[in-house]
Design a protein around this ligand. Structure first.
Ligand code: 13P
Ligand code: ZN
Ligand code: NA
Length: 283
């Protein structure tokens, strides 16, 4: 069965490693990250955005993830990424998601606390992990667009207060990363990660995992990041492999002929992220 991401992330925090949380949009993408986790004995968090929940249906996604978890010998959690709607969160929990993110980071602190607390109350009752965001991660993720000027870094004291007031299980503090591929290098406030980790007892989540230079990911993990979200890079790898098939053979019409290479490419990319995260062999 699918497991809550809470024990996985607590083990990661204690063990000083990070768990890759990969956004998937199709069955083949889901299978690719599962195969990557199994081959490397890595704990896995599969996640979907609200857009993908609408595209595929939460029940289809949860059913596929449940089959994967039941067949697998590594622990797998299914997480709802960046959701600001209570109804959608409840719908996903009912469908079988074991982890959800309530993203009220666009709201003022008090309102973020209020909404997060409401989700924590409902989700905790059924053993589902809750992640919330403080500050604002820049860039584009699904239909959430945050201009660079509106991106805000999380304050360590506010993070501590937020966790205390909400009882949230995992926290995503904005520390300078952004969704999508960076134009230059990301401007990560490493000092801030350390200060937040010193004040907050719950596992921390690094958003915007695509495009972060390897040494910077390792540094963020060593300072206390326990979950890293990766979306854009995986979509690019998957789509590029399909494009390559069609570039060679524009007449191709067997989905397996372009999905299999795409799946293989995505699996290899996920394994690389797992290596960076230090989660290989931890399951
Ligand atoms: P990237 O698209 O930069 O990998 O960010 C993913 C993310 O944070 C999903 O929540
Ligand atoms: Zn994110
Ligand atoms: Na990114």
């Amino acid at each position: 069965a699918l497991v809550s991401s809470t024990p996985l992330l607590q083990a990661a925090k204690e063990g000083g490693y990070c768990i890759g949380a990969f956004n998937v949009h199709t069955l083949e993408m889901l299978q690719a990250v599962v195969e990557a986790a199994e081959e490397t004995r890595s704990p896995l968090i599969i996640q979907s955005t609200v857009g993908t929940v609408k595209h595929l249906g939460p029940d289809y996604i949860a059913a596929a993830a449940t089959v994967a978890a039941n067949r697998s010998s590594v622990p797998i959690a299914l997480h709802l990424d960046h959701c600001s709607d209570f109804g959608t969160i409840m719908q996903c929990i009912r469908a079988g998601y074991t982890s959800v993110m309530i993203d009220a980071s666009h709201d003022p602190f008090e309102k973020n606390v209020e909404q997060t607390r409401k989700v924590v109350e409902a989700a905790s009752a059924v053993g589902v992990n809750v992640e919330a965001e403080l500050g604002r991660v820049g860039g584009v993720e699904d239909d959430i667009v945050v201009d660079e000027r509106d991106a805000l870094l999380a304050d360590p004291d506010e993070c501590a207060k937020f966790v205390e007031l909400t009882g949230v299980h995992t926290l995503a503090p904005a520390i300078g990363t952004a969704h999508g591929i960076y134009k230059g290098d990301p401007n990560i406030d490493f000092d801030r990660i350390g200060r937040i980790a010193a004040k907050v007892s719950v596992p921390l989540v690094l958003h915007g995992g695509s495009g972060i230079p390897e040494d910077q990911v390792r540094r963020a993990v060593s300072l206390g990041m326990s979950k890293m979200n990766v979306a854009t890079e995986l979509r690019i790898v998957f789509s590029d492999a399909i494009k390559e098939v069609f570039a060679k053979n524009p007449e191709e019409n067997d989905p397996r002929k372009y999905m299999v290479p795409a799946k293989q490419a995505l699996k290899a990319a996920a394994i690389e992220k797992m290596r960076l995260c230090g989660s290989i062999g931890k399951a």
